[in-house]
Design a protein around this ligand. Structure first.
Ligand code: ADP
Length: 329
């Protein structure tokens, strides 16, 4: 059976971008189609300035949301990355296979290191080596497919390169993974700045729909989305990124596959916003309701995470042990 691995960072509250770009695919397709593992990748939350208590809290909240969204612990493995030592163990080997030039070329490193430098906090070394840890996350499970949003393509490519290089130098140990993306809304844009992606750690929350936003907040954010001064509703991400983003959201929320055709049925931005807002409210309603139930039972979530880590460890350990032997340790 195919093996799937993916994860989400507990650096902020989960967004509609996380849901449409990744989590929904995990829930609706991946957990049925494969032997799948989904992780709250908390080690990755330490690469930028962080508050320890907040990381713990957000990590449990993310896990609770993954279950609320519909991941079924009977069908897939849900766990917290730092509970499984193999990630950090393998990450070091990845650092010994990768080059610093490869790491410095990563777009996310370039963007985030500029931000960290500007804020006067210094750039943590782990921000540079982040993709080595991510490669370890993926390769430790002999992963075939990594379902992610488009922003993660470059990191998964690097994981492929490192797997191939390791296998060539030290013998066949790793499965070479590939990234997969949803057909619609693989890159959800910020509602206030539709030229940048909706990211959970961005400062300004008004352009971001969080999965736990109440219905009125979702409506308000979408109704205030930046469009442009044109009138006609035409799907063109280059010329009208704000309008295209709304159409993408509507298409994704309603299961429509032809976004351009859907956009063309509207004769005003106001109507497009209104329908998008209602569709997103309906999409998120069951997730929010189930989250409230699960949040009232943290012991259940802990139990799921403990069992998940146990299972994940059992899968990762033989692969990582093999890698250690192959490299000469
Ligand atoms: P974030 O950038 O919000 O911190 P993560 O790095 O935790 O997100 O990513 C979790 C998953 O959500 C990844 O598969 C990522 O590609 C996806 N994702 C994040 N933001 C978006 C977005 N705006 N549109 C589509 N997918 C996204």
């Amino acid at each position: 059976m195919k093996r799937i691995f993916s994860g989400v960072k507990p650096t902020g509250h989960l967004t509609l971008g996380n849901y449409l770009g990744a989590v929904r695919q995990w829930v609706e397709v991946d957990q049925y189609a494969a032997d799948a593992l989904f992780s709250v990748v908390d080690l990755h939350a330490l690469t930028v300035e962080h508050d320890p208590a907040r990381v713990t809290r957000l990590s449990r909240q993310a896990a609770t949301l993954l279950l609320a969204a519909g991941l079924d612990p009977e069908r897939c493995t849900v766990f917290v990355q730092s509970h499984v030592d193999e990630h950090a163990r393998l990450s070091y080997l990845m650092e010994c296979v990768a080059t610093d030039g490869e790491m410095r070329r990563m777009i996310q490193y370039k963007e985030k290191s500029v931000r960290a430098r500007e804020s006067g906090q210094g750039v943590r070394l782990a921000l540079l080596t982040y993709p080595a840890l991510m490669a370890a996350d993926i390769l430790a499970y002999a992963t075939d497919e990594v379902p992610v949003g488009e922003d993660q393509t470059q990191h998964v490519e690097l994981a492929r390169d490192l797997a191939v290089r390791f296998n060539q130098r030290y013998g066949q140990v790793f499965t070479v993974p590939k990234a997969t993306h949803p057909k619609v809304a693989a890159r959800v844009m910020d509602l206030q700045d539709p030229t940048s992606k909706m990211g959970k750690s961005h400062e300004n929350g008004s352009g971001i729909v969080y999965l736990l936003d109440d219905a009125d907040t979702v409506r308000r954010k979408i109704m205030r989305a930046v469009t442009d001064s044109g009138r006609e509703v035409v799907y063109d991400p280059e010329v009208s990124p704000g309008v295209a983003n709304l159409a993408d959201l509507l298409a994704a929320a309603t299961g429509c596959r032809d976004v351009a055709e859907l956009a063309a049925t509207y004769d005003s931005y106001g109507a497009l916003k209104k329908d998008t807002a209602e569709a997103v409210v309906e999409l998120l309603r069951p997730v929010r309701e189930r989250h409230a139930e699960l949040a009232a039972d943290p012991a259940y979530v802990e139990k799921v995470l403990r069992a998940g880590a146990e299972r994940a460890r059992g899968m990762a350990r033989p692969v990582v042990d093999r890698a250690y032997r192959a490299i000469g340790l």
